[in-house]
Design a protein around this ligand. Structure first.
Ligand code: SF4
Ligand code: ZN
Length: 299
């Protein structure tokens, strides 16, 4: 199997028919991220971008690619990591993040659930609670990412969601009939509120598998272990379904993303709610009290 340049190919993209060698593959990854950023004006001159880095492959690939781009275009980068307090898992990943940041010369900031909110996740899971660990974890993490990005003086929050994450989320929200969430996962951001930092997803058109190949071929040190509390059954079913469909029809995931993107602009405008400020903590919220304060009260 050979690349169009004549070198030995390391990857075959079934959805496009391309066979690419290491050099052409790496170039195409950077070009695709650049194209998405340009197409939707995700990053502009002199932006200060916080990158949410968990230590997994997607967020670290994002950090490495944005670092490359920031050497040519004027924008600043800070790596932001949330320590949920999961012993034996997140502590290892944080060390991986720190080594990557040192290598790239990027400032790294870590904020923990325990210090900022009072409880590490390991303690929350032992409590008598109504929802899954991921529900508390997700709400608290999004809350801290937004708050800390703003406090660090950054105007964008970049997250490592890949194509697989995006199409799973789109299909999940659609099947659940959750239209308000359905309108929230699009290619570009809509400015909602001065305390709500716009989230950008420069990797949303990159399949998960290609992030793995990019990390391996660029010797990026990533943490491959999985969270001991993971197991969102519904998402796992959707993932399996989409992978099966993709095997039969290799353009399935891209087609779903393109269809969604076409209706996103209509949805987002009609569903964008005016956010209020939480009566307890002052952070942006849809109701009177934010989900984080509500959960903390319950715990
Ligand atoms: Fe948190 Fe769930 Fe992710 Fe674990 S799998 S880090 S509990 S959201
Ligand atoms: Zn609050």
């Amino acid at each position: 199997m050979y690349c169009k340049c004549g070198k030995k190919a390391i990857i075959f993209r079934r959805y496009s028919g391309e066979k690419l060698c290491e050099r052409c593959f790496n170039k195409s990854m950077i070009d695709r991220v650049k194209k998405v950023i340009r197409k939707y004006s995700l990053i502009e001159k002199n932006d200060r971008v916080c990158v949410a880095v968990s230590g997994g492959k997607d967020s670290l690939v994002l950090l490495h690619i944005l670092k490359k781009l920031s050497e040519k275009y004027p924008f600043d980068l800070i790596a932001l990591t949330i320590d949920e307090g999961i012993e034996g898992y997140r502590d290892k990943a944080i060390e991986t993040v720190k080594r990557n940041c040192e290598l790239l010369g990027i400032e790294s900031r870590v904020y923990s659930f325990k210090k900022e909110l009072g409880y590490p996740l390991d303690e929350i899971v032992k409590k008598d609670r109504e929802l899954s660990s991921c529900s508390y974890c997700g709400v608290f993490r999004r809350y801290l990412l937004n708050k800390k990005t703003r406090e660090l003086g950054c105007n964008k929050l970049a997250v490592g969601h890949n194509l697989d994450d995006e199409v799973q989320t789109i299909l999940m929200n659609f099947l659940r009939g959750d239209l308000s969430r359905f309108g929230r996962t699009g290619p570009y951001y809509i400015y909602l509120n001065e305390r709500f930092v716009p989230r950008i997803k420069p990797l949303r058109e990159i399949p998960e598998k290609e992030n793995v190949v990019y990390a391996l071929s660029n010797n990026i040190e990533v943490e491959f272990s999985t969270c001991p509390y993971s197991g969102e059954a519904y998402r796992n079913n959707i993932r399996e379904f989409l992978n099966k469909m993709e095997l039969e029809q290799p353009t399935t995931k891209y087609s779903l993303l393109r269809s969604y993107d076409k209706i996103y602009s209509l949805l987002a405008k009609s569903l964008a709610k005016k956010l209020k400020y939480c009566e307890k903590c002052g952070e942006p919220t849809i109701g009177n009290v934010c989900k984080t304060c509500e959960f903390l009260e319950e715990l």
